[in-house]
Design a protein around this ligand. Sequence first.
Ligand SMILES: [Zn+2]
Length: 251
Amino acid sequence: MIKTGIDANAFAVLKEKIQLIETDESAIYLVGPIRLPVQLFDETVVFQWYCWLNCEEVTEDYERIIEKLSAANLAEFQQSSVLVYGDFENSEDALIRMHSICHTGDIFGSKRCDCGYQLKQSMKMIMEHGSGALFYLANHEGRGIGLFSKAMAYVLQENGYDTVDANESLGFVDDARDYSDAIRVLKRLRTNPVTLLTNNPKKLTALEESGLAVSGRKSLWGDISNYNANYLQTKIDRSGHLKEDTTCPND
Ligand SMILES: [Zn+2]
């Protein structure tokens, strides 16, 4: 009989790098670590990269999962991933950034928001701290409304709406982001306390409610310009973002 699946050598290599994380009714398959040298400002920094896939099928027979990939059309459904730095599993404290994908800010360098700045700055802060992880969350475009809807929201913003009003007038809640899968992956990679890089107290609350040991929050403001001043002020006025660091999240 001719075997049509993955060849035995490739599978032997891959199965050592795949982990199953069971969720309530499905599974996360985590692949990595993969060495990823990254150009960060004026130096090359080596991160360890992991990527994950949500799947309804829960199995430790990874060959089954691998064999389904070529027909799964994954490019149509962006996957999330995480860049890890330093001795992430064992270090006493680590910096964590839960970064929401931003096509316009991260890729084009749009100045309408501060995402591109926050992405690079958080990688730099993680490297300088010596240990940490940057989660790049692919289903979070436009606070979870998707890229096309975000374009609609930008049209409204060019006509006087702020970020919150624009999303709500399109029928969305202001912030539709979910962090549960990222938290599951984080818990697999590390159990020691983390410091969260964010200006958003809701992210801090989501992590704490998941039972994660959070030791505090570090702010991430910068790159303020005429183009994003209103956007940033709306984050403070309407979405409860904070400018200061929080050392003890329970205060
Ligand atoms: Zn952005």
